[in-house]
Design a protein around this ligand. Structure first.
Ligand SMILES: Nc1ncnc2c1ncn2[C@@H]1O[C@H](COP(=O)(O)OP(=O)(O)O)[C@@H](O)[C@H]1O
Ligand SMILES: [Mg+2]
Length: 255
């Protein structure tokens, strides 16, 4: 198995003094669907933001394909980030723009803001955007306004947008937390499709354990900024569940 990320005692202390990650170590292999779970405030979002260097880790090391990326700057940092796509709980689409225009904004280019203002995408970019819209099951909706789509469809637009940059990794921060159960599955299915068919590594923060069991190939659980479990979803029995989520927690199933 090819190693993609290596986290070695990764630390993140925010300027206000909150120690969100307290020396977390684990490896991510190419092609896996790794799920990060944990209570609200356990450090999941901080973890993803450190992986793509939106946030600066404040200690330890983070390697991507064997090279440390914690001190990358300028062009090297942009190149690194271009390999890592990201999707968010609230989709972050431009509501009044079309599906196609939203996907095109994922085009990675130094001049993409200029290009998007003047509608100057290349034919190749447009072709690729149309293909990706089909990949996420939205053929026929290219010209629909983003805010006319359902939440699940909007999240699929954001997946297509992230794929425009040909990422090696897709980070998903609670991608179904704003969606109802049925729609959650459709979004998770498309994430699995791009993991399995395109070999893109997916690292996904999730709240519900039933989704973890269905889609995750491996799990890391965080608690108070520390890794407290790493293994396969099937290893999380009732005991582990209570240790991760607390004695009072009850597992719910998303059908
Ligand atoms: N930008 C920030 N500045 C200061 N503290 C933060 C910031 N972002 C998150 N935190 C704190 O870091 C801890 C972990 O937060 P977060 O990574 O968002 O957890 P999760 O995604 O698991 O809910 C929390 O105590 C949170 O309040
Ligand atoms: Mg979060």
């Amino acid at each position: 198995m090819e190693n993609l990320f290596k986290l070695d005692k990764l630390e993140k202390t925010y300027p206000n003094g909150v120690r969100a990650l307290k020396g977390v170590s684990f490896d991510v292999n190419k092609g896996e669907f790794l799920v990060i779970i944990g209570l609200s405030g356990s450090g999941k979002s901080t973890m993803l933001r450190c992986l793509n260097r939106i946030h600066e880790p404040t200690g330890g090391d983070l390697q991507f394909k064997g090279k440390s990326v914690v001190s990358l700057k300028g062009r090297e940092l942009r190149q690194y980030r271009s390999k890592i796509g990201m999707i968010f709980q609230h989709f972050n689409l431009v509501p009044r723009k079309s599906v196609l225009e939203n996907v095109l904004t994922g085009t990675l280019s130094r001049t993409s803001i200029f290009k998007s203002v003047f509608n100057m995408y290349s034919d190749a970019d447009r072709q690729k955007a149309l293909e990706l819209i089909e990949v996420v099951g939205l053929k026929g909706k290219e010209m629909h306004r983003a805010d006319n789509l359902s939440g699940g469809q909007q999240q699929r637009v954001s997946i297509a947008r992230a794929l425009m940059q040909d990422p090696e990794v897709l980070l998903a921060d609670e991608p179904v937390a704003s969606l109802d159960p049925a729609t959650s599955h459709s979004v998770m299915e498309y994430l699995r499709k791009i993991q399995q068919q395109y070999g893109i590594t997916v690292i996904c923060n999730l709240h519900f354990l039933s989704l973890v069991r269905e889609y995750g190939t491996r799990v890391v659980a965080l608690k108070g900024g520390e890794k407290m479990f790493e293994g396969s979803p099937s290893e999380i029995d009732e005991d582990w569940f209570k240790r991760i989520y607390g004695e009072q927690a009850v597992e719910v199933t998303i059908n």
